[in-house]
Design a protein around this ligand. Sequence first.
Ligand SMILES: NC(=O)c1ccc[n+]([C@@H]2O[C@H](COP(=O)([O-])OP(=O)(O)OC[C@H]3O[C@@H](n4cnc5c(N)ncnc54)[C@H](O)[C@@H]3O)[C@@H](O)[C@H]2O)c1
Length: 458
Amino acid sequence: MAFEKSILCIGAGYVGGPTMAMIARKCPQYRVTVVDTNPKRIAAWNSDTLPIYEPGLDEIVKGARGRNLFFSTRIDAAIQEADVIFVSVNTPTKTFGAGAGMAADLQYWEKTARQIREASQSPKIIVEKSTLPVKTALAMERILTATANGVRFDILSNPEFMAEGTGIKDLESPDRVLIGSRETPDGIRARGELVKIYANWVPRERIITSNIWSSELSKLVSNAFLAQRISSINAISSLCEKTEANITEVARAVGMDSRLGDKFLNASIGFGGSCFKKDILNLVYLCRQYGLDEVADYWDGVVRINDYQKERFVLNMLRAMFNTLAGKRICLFGFAFKANTGDTRESPAIYVSRRLLEERAELVITDPRALANAGVDLADTKGEIAFVEDPCEAAAGCDAIAVMTEWGIYATLDFKKIYETMRKPAFIFDGRNILDHQNLFRIGFNVFPVGKPPLTHF
Ligand SMILES: NC(=O)c1ccc[n+]([C@@H]2O[C@H](COP(=O)([O-])OP(=O)(O)OC[C@H]3O[C@@H](n4cnc5c(N)ncnc54)[C@H](O)[C@@H]3O)[C@@H](O)[C@H]2O)c1
């Protein structure tokens, strides 16, 4: 079959894989190829065990793969064939040199730009899908046009707003699709091409367009606002713990104000994931570069509160368990940074595990999807760690359970049975406020929620 258009995505990760699978599903008239430098990742995308877990993803990939969806390591050949190239490579926080620990590391991004330039023989639309500092498109344009080989490139910004765990739903029915371009006739024409692709399934009024810098910045700001909501409620949770106010009651009262809304108001151990911290630090770095120190300090506070919340959780555990954790066995319920994903990048569970090991506690870690990643994340630590799939088995013989991830199954467990198998006094630290605390207390547990008075038997 002759395809209408050839679409390529460079970077077969958490964003590249699912977004392209969705385009392939919704647009059988296009040929969609996803390439990556990592042959293991590509082999996994071509196998029965996909490299990432995302509810609903398997079915979509299996339905389109080999029909109009292809995963490959032949990057140059794929670039040559493509009309539209999405770039979805990783843009982690820089760990070296100027801006270390703050700025985005753009080395993968730049390599890709050079490779596109070298391999291209026909005009292409290049789409920034990765999250990037505002003004990156300018650098991209300069790299792509640095040699006069006569090939025309139009650069668009199309940041991805999907959230892991609900990725397929978000891609199928996005709140909005944002496409930024240069406001020249060529830029507007290229933008129209990308609008046409999304219009295959996204209602036209949800596809919004803007200038390219607004688009790049909107993604950083969107993540900064989401993380700010979490840090705001978490900051108040610490005040609740001092004053016997209850954070769930406060959040309910606040969230019923229609100007504020009730989403993202669950107090917890803090946010994780590969994006929030990295994107805020990137925003902070940009502000400092432009001499906006007050603005930088404001956003930096969001990350500082998140760090504080994780440390506070550990100190609460230490204090509650008689100021020593040495030799105590603590079971972590969940390791993924959120439910319905196996992704553990920047998961609060990593920080908590390391701190508990420093206190010489022994750890038993359980998670329905993230045990393999947990093993990698803690590979360099000293101390005793067991990884156990079944949460009831994991908790047996432990002094405490600490809920790290809001997996639905944890609320449905038989805690009476679990209590019987644990050392006494038995503790539960609910870092996600998902359990029935009164019931746990009645069973015999000493219960420590976030932002609520603890329920203790002493
Ligand atoms: N994960 C999310 O939920 C999410 C959501 C929105 C936006 N983003 C942004 O999307 C981008 C990608 O994130 P991710 O989570 O998919 O990252 P990821 O690490 O899962 O995937 C990136 C992939 O790019 C590949 N890669 C790197 N350099 C390459 C090159 N030169 N050629 C070909 N492949 C190359 C890597 O091997 C890797 O497989 C980041 O900028 C991120 O901030 C992520």
